[in-house]
Design a protein around this ligand. Structure first.
Ligand code: ADP
Ligand code: MG
Length: 217
């Protein structure tokens, strides 16, 4: 692939905080993957986005850098919510966001997934978190119990939206979205953009840009 097709992260200097840029270099991320090159400019400008790319194409950093760019670390209230189909994926996403956030002071990323005991999650929520990564069922449960507030969420991410819908999470997603401010930025990531995903995207996103890439890095 030529350099023109794999631009460096440094070309985003106008849109990305210098500490986030410097940290990418320390992670060994120099050139953007195609989904990052196409998705980051509109996402960092605040656009809603539908992004479609294969597994392993660097989708996590695409939305991770977006949500970190809007984060106020001085505010210990939930500002980003990432919904994932499974606990394993949520753990991977949380780990990658923590890596991307290393340059910012004390960013707290909390995972809330089913299959894990409730008590410790309540405890962690009491201590405050900036970013929540979780599965729809457990997030919905916390909302119904009043243990999670989403009224300061500025970025909502639906990761692997097609799989979440395959798993029957549509109603949970609709409930959760209603707890977030309508002014939020919404980012929908999916391996496929099919008839199941389309109506959800139309209901939840506002004037989205569509980013689709064929190849992986
Ligand atoms: P996806 O969600 O599209 O399946 P991930 O976000 O999990 O992909 O990324 C796959 C792997 O690629 C991860 O190990 C991640 O750390 C790495 N990665 C992502 N972006 C870059 C990049 N620009 N340069 C180098 N490695 C990257
Ligand atoms: Mg992924």
């Amino acid at each position: 692939m030529s350099d023109a097709e794999t631009p460096r992260f440094s070309t985003l200097a106008q849109l990305l905080a210098p500490e986030l840029l410097a940290n990418l270099e320390s992670l060994g991320y120099y050139t953007m993957t195609p989904i990052q090159a196409a998705g980051l400019p509109p996402i960092l400008q605040g656009r809603d986005a539908i992004a479609q790319a294969k597994t392993g194409s660097g989708k996590t950093a695409t939305f991770g850098l977006g949500l970190l760019s809007r984060l106020d670390v001085a505010n210990y209230r939930v500002q980003s919510l990432v919904l994932c189909p499974t606990r394993e994926l949520a753990d991977q996403v949380a780990e990658e966001i923590r890596r991307l956030a290393r340059a910012l002071p004390n960013v707290k990323v909390l995972t809330l997934c089913g299959g894990a005991p409730f008590g410790p999650q309540l405890n962690s929520l009491d201590h405050g978190a900036h970013i929540i990564v979780g599965t729809p069922g457990r997030i919905e449960e916390h909302l119904r119990k009043g243990s999670l507030q989403l009224d300061e969420v500025n970025t909502l991410v639906l990761d692997e939206a097609d799989r979440m819908l395959d798993m029957g999470f549509q109603a949970a997603l609709e409930t959760i979205v209603d707890y977030t401010p309508s002014t939020r930025q919404t980012l929908l990531f999916s391996a496929t953009y099919n008839d199941a995903v389309r109506p959800i995207a139309q209901a939840m996103l506002r004037d989205p840009v569509t980013v689709e890439v064929e190849s992986t890095h």
